[in-house]
Design a protein around this ligand. Structure first.
Ligand code: NAD
Length: 455
């Protein structure tokens, strides 16, 4: 039976801040329907600089050595992955436009060898690098060099945390505070997150809370963190009853993405990150999805240009969504396609057993299945979702240990529950369109859960 929840419908032409303001000011909508203009119809961001090469988006007039692309999904076109979209040491820049909390995302190869990029965002003379036991031996020295080269006044401390989602908790967070307090860091210090999404989320939350907020920089080293978690200021830790339930919105001063760090990433982690890349195509950027269908093999083979393009376009999508709806009053929730089912899998099987992107992939198939049962998409989209995930070597169903009851129990504490109503991100309409809604036939949810679970 369909719920009788009030429904707020609005369409959001991208690039229109006005539309976003109107929509987000609607009192706690139970359901937010979002439809997007196709990328080619998007208006340019007012700060867009002149355009040199349409494949590269817009280019800054201020610094010719830096390609600056504004947060407009139309700024990139489907590329030929052999095109040189980045040159070593020359960052492409995507800006996250949040007024006085705006910040750049630097994307490129060899950026850890460019100390000036990092140093211009360090406040004060004390830095605490937060990393883990896997990433530290690979990149900590490089980051310390980048922070200190030509800058002898800066002193760098580091804290090396145990590696894994199962350590994204209060006990581990305390190790960051222990180090910061023992080192007598003051309010003028800078925290630097060096690692994947787990480190970024924990370091960001620590920066938000330490002395009620200190400067913070993200250096993401996984695909997942480079395309998603390092951008947008969501920080936090898990509770044993649910993922990411304790946290804060806290924006970094900059995000520095050195794509060279992906060379050491295990294949399973690489694929996990593509789960989020695929999401952007499905919820708002059909052209990008079509590009991925043609280029997934190149991405899996770590073709540097394909990777750089996918990271940049993902960051453009994320930056635009975040700039329109920073605190997730509607639009931003659409970034969670597949996550309600996915978080239930991560929690249900135990943190760290399934990677985040793997759980999201299976969750995306479930969301597509439910959307189809509701008659909101045609079966070709369901098939394309499954096909691209298979190409990315990602799971297309939850593990057998997941039961309908486990799904329901965990989903009941999802952050998107409002007044007891579970709101979901579902696909609706042509490829690249979605809705965030609690107004759906409950039978479709039950049918999807029963179809994917043995009991
Ligand atoms: P992760 O941080 O656990 O990193 C994956 C693994 O790769 C770890 O073992 C890590 O040590 C290792 N690693 C990292 N960089 C490496 C490198 N360059 N070479 C070799 N190994 C490397 O996992 P993840 O997938 O990066 O992030 C998942 C986390 O991100 C989850 O906790 C999820 O909730 C969170 N997340 C947050 C947001 C957000 O908006 N804040 C968005 C998406 C995901």
């Amino acid at each position: 039976m369909a719920s009788s929840a009030p429904t707020t419908h609005f369409s959001l032409p991208l690039g229109s801040k006005q539309a976003a303001t109107t929509s987000s000011s609607t009192a706690t909508p139970k359901s937010t329907h979002l439809s997007f203009a196709p990328p080619h119809a998007l208006s340019s961001h007012p700060r867009t600089h002149f355009r040199l090469n349409p494949k590269w988006g817009s280019v800054s007039t201020a610094c010719p050595a830096v390609r600056r692309s504004m947060i407009c999904a139309s700024s990139s076109q489907v590329m030929d992955p052999s095109a040189p979209i980045i040159e070593p040491g020359v960052p492409a820049i995507v800006d996250v436009d949040l007024g006085n909390r705006s910040y750049p995302i630097y994307i490129g190869s060899g950026l850890l060898q460019k100390p000036e990029l990092l140093q211009r965002h360090v406040h004060g003379k004390r830095v605490l690098v937060v990393t883990n036991e896997t990433v530290a031996p690979l990149y900590l020295d490089k980051v310390i060099d980048a922070l200190t080269k030509g800058n002898p006044n800066v002193s760098v401390e580091s804290v090396i945390l145990p590696d894994g989602e199962q350590y994204k908790n209060m006990d581990t967070l305390m190790k960051v505070f222990d180090k910061a307090i023992e080192s007598r860091l003051d309010r003028r210090c800078t925290f630097v997150a060096l690692g994947g999404g787990v480190i970024g989320d924990m370091c960001g939350f620590a920066a938000a809370a330490f002395l009620r907020g200190v400067n913070f920089i993200q250096i993401p080293t996984t695909v997942m963190a480079q395309v998603d978690s390092s951008v947008g200021g969501k920080t936090g830790i898990n509770h044993r009853l649910g993922k990411n339930l304790i946290g804060a919105f806290y924006q970094p001063q900059c995000v520095l993405i050195d794509t060279d760090t992906l060379s050491t990433l295990p294949e399973r982690e690489l694929a996990s990150g593509f789960g989020e890349v695929i999401k952007y195509g499905l919820i708002r950027d059909a052209e990008f999805f079509e590009w991925q269908e043609k280029n997934m093999q190149a991405l899996m083979a770590r073709d540097p240009n394909a990777l750089a393009y996918a990271i940049k376009r993902s960051c453009e999508n994320k930056a635009e969504v975040v700039s329109l709806d920073e605190k997730e009053s509607g639009l931003r929730a659409t970034l969670n396609l597949g996550h309600t089912f996915g978080h239930a899998i991560e929690t249900g099987v135990g943190y760290g057993q399934w990677l985040h992107g793997e759980a999201v992939a299976a969750g995306t198939v479930m969301a597509a299945d439910m959307s189809y049962r509701l008659g909101w998409i045609d079966d070709s989209i369901v098939r394309r979702v499954r096909d691209i995930l298979i190409q990315a070597k990602l799971p297309i169903a939850p593990p057998e240990t997941m039961t309908v009851d486990i799904f329901k129990n965990v989903m009941a504490v999802d952050k998107k529950v409002a007044d007891g109503l579970l709101r979901l991100i579902l696909l609706k309409g042509p490829l690249g369109n979605c809705v965030f809604t609690g107004d759906y036939d409950r039978k479709a949810l039950d049918d999807t859960l029963n179809a994917f679970c043995k009991s």
